[in-house]
Design a protein. Structure first.
Length: 192
């Protein structure tokens, strides 16, 4: 159909949604997209096609793009790999950093948002200062520690307690987002 097949057709829904929002709120309202730029499966969406889509969305007028990726196939394996996968470098910790580095040069006036595995406030600040990204997005660590930004702001720069076990990710279908690390900490406090 008109929404499948080639890249142009598959991004049609994004263009229609963007134009519909602009019709309602005007061009001066910032519209952002968390965008699947690769899915890490054979014969799937590759970063070069994600880059083409990003470029078109930037030209359309999106204020910011947050590159993401993965698939249901990868998600099933994710729980097995993490936290067993040891973070050995900045690239391992911030797992969408390679995509951000690839896409940032085409962003023009649009902003880049890095998400995915951001665990070190010093590294995050460095990436911002070096203009590698314009914003940092954090999710799972905030489920575990909602006060994490305040802790970092107050000078406690230890990494979040979140160990990327993905219990929060795999609990979302239940209607309740669970964090086994947080639950364990609460139980420890109650037992004191």
């Amino acid at each position: 159909d008109e929404y499948g097949g080639n890249t142009e057709n598959r991004m049609r829904i994004l263009v229609e949604i963007y134009n519909g929002i602009v019709d309602e709120v005007g061009k001066n309202y910032p519209i952002t997209a968390k965008l699947q730029t690769q899915d890490f499966v054979e014969d799937g969406l590759k970063l070069d096609e994600g880059k083409t889509i990003t470029e078109k969305l930037v030209d359309l007028g999106f204020a910011a793009i947050e590159p993401s990726g993965g698939s249901a196939e990868i998600s099933r394996l994710f729980k097995i790999r993490y936290p067993a996968a040891k973070v050995q470098s900045q690239e391992d910790e911030n797992y969408f950093l390679p995509a951000v580095r690839e896409l940032k040069p085409i962003m023009k006036e649009s902003k880049m948002i890095l998400m995915g595995g951001v665990r070190n406030p010093i590294t995050a600040e460095k990436l911002l200062q070096e203009n590698i990204t314009d914003f940092i997005a954090i999710s799972r660590p905030l489920i575990c520690e909602p006060d994490l930004p305040n802790r970092w702001k107050e000078g406690d720069l230890t990494p979040p307690l979140c160990n990327s076990c993905n219990s929060c990710f795999f609990s979302t279908g239940s209607g309740i987002v669970a964090c086994t690390v947080k639950d364990k900490l609460v139980q420890e406090r109650l037992n004191k």
